[in-house]
Ligand binder design. Structure first.
Ligand code: ADP
Ligand code: MG
Length: 387
């Protein structure tokens, strides 16, 4: 994905403007989700598309930003979890379009959507299960795929570029072939929609896996489970970073479990969602984007950054896996980002006091405010806890 040109330049500190403004989503609609999770406190968060847009530089489609209530934990407090839905009526629109369009789309010629509801909600559309039709059935090894359907009407011109441009999500994701990266097989660029055909990961995402675990045990992942998931995520990052690709949105919602009905420790974790990914050609990146819980301090501060931002987020993931709690808890995004900036998180109390030193050492090294001091994916993979 290209560096955004309209955002803040490096050095624009968080004091210069409201942090809530920095997080205002430019395109996304924030609505209460139909799929509310009624368990264990915690919430799914949307990624902020352009953290760095100056207030007033916001496209008309924006809703005024309400600071997201920041519930304390995934485990523990019984506060309601709400999945924020980006676009709840995509499928209805597709059906209506189908009725009025004489030419069926190429996507619909080749695939049929299945299931009573979407697998997930994305920033610009929904993700559905689908099966290949006709001849394609024999060609395709798998019988089921995930279709990420993005509605063009929801995209700003620059977002179209980030999706379909030379270094955009689609082109970049197509080149990513790795056992721990959800494969993008093909895509359809049609008049109203762009549809990405992805390897289907049946086990849901890491967010739901952590919530499910905390629901049954009152705790996060076991060390064994967290080791497996961490190794898989880090090996995907090792692959990306060797190619100078920065994912920029490593978070629980973007890590999928390949299998369903299989224990976490026997599952395969796969990285998805290259919507924010970008090549760093050597100059560093400067767009201020990401999700408040997982964004690295250097992005919040506004300095140039590179692959270490993903390592910070990986540290947050390990923290969340083991504790079922976000490391930065505050009632508003502003306060969360203030804590991120100074790296104010806790590795004491439960479950930390009951855990051995090695996983805490890994978290502390990954979640080091100075990006130069953070381990690379190679280094993290060879740490005592994982090797
Ligand atoms: P966005 O860019 O809008 O965040 P994602 O690509 O992350 O969209 O997809 C949104 C959600 O859809 C994911 O968090 C996940 O729950 C679900 N999802 C995405 N891809 C797949 C897939 N290949 N298999 C199963 N579920 C998926
Ligand atoms: Mg996502």
């Amino acid at each position: 994905m290209h560096e955004h040109s309209g955002g803040y330049g490096g050095g624009m500190g968080i004091n210069s403007t409201s942090l809530s403004d920095l997080l205002a989503p430019t395109i996304r609609e924030r609505k209460p989700s139909k799929m509310g999770l009624d368990v264990m406190g915690g919430y799914r968060r949307d990624s902020a598309v352009h953290l760095g847009d100056l207030p007033g530089d916001t496209p008309e489609c924006c809703e005024p930003h309400e600071p997201t209530p920041h519930n304390s934990s995934i485990a523990g407090d019984n506060v309601g979890m709400v999945r924020e839905e980006s676009c709840s009526n995509l499928f209805d629109d597709l059906i209506q379009t189908e009725d009025t369009q004489p030419d069926k789309s190429e996507f619909e010629d080749k695939y049929a959507l299945v299931g009573n509801g979407p697998l997930g909600e994305g920033t610009f559309g929904l993700v559905w299960r689908c099966t290949p039709k006709g001849k394609l059935k024999e060609v395709r090894e798998d019988k089921e795929f995930a279709a990420k359907i993005v509605r063009k009407a929801r995209l700003q011109p620059r977002d179209m570029k980030y999706l379909l441009g030379e270094d955009g999500e689609v082109k970049l994701h197509l080149t990513m072939k790795h056992p721990h990266i959800c494969e993008l097989l093909e895509y359809f660029d049609e008049p109203g929609t762009v549809t990405l055909i992805l390897e289907y990961c049946r086990g849901g995402d890491l967010f739901d896996a952590i919530v499910a675990q905390s629901k049954t045990t009152g705790r996060g992942f076991t060390e064994k489970q967290a080791i497996i998931a961490s190794k898989h995520v880090l090996s995907a990052l090792q692959y990306l970073h060797r190619q100078k690709v920065v994912h920029r949105d490593i978070k629980c919602e973007n890590i999928l479990l390949k299998h369903t009905g299989i224990a976490v420790e026997d599952n395969i974790f796969k990285l998805c969602d290259f919507g924010f990914a970008a090549h760093d050609s050597g100059d560093g990146l400067s767009d201020r984007l990401g999700s408040p819980d997982t964004v690295a301090p250097e992005i919040v501060v506004g300095t140039k950054y590179s692959t270490p931002v993903d390592m910070w987020s990986a540290g947050v993931l390990v923290y969340m896996m083991l504790s079922a709690t976000p490391p930065f808890y505050a009632p508003t995004d502003n306060e969360v980002l203030r804590k991120v900036k100074t790296g104010s998180y806790n590795l004491s109390g439960e479950p930390w006091d009951s855990l051995p030193k090695p996983p805490k050492d890994l978290i502390a090294s990954l979640m080091t405010v100075d990006p130069k001091k953070r381990p690379s994916a190679d280094e993290a993979l060879s740490c005592g806890w994982l090797s």
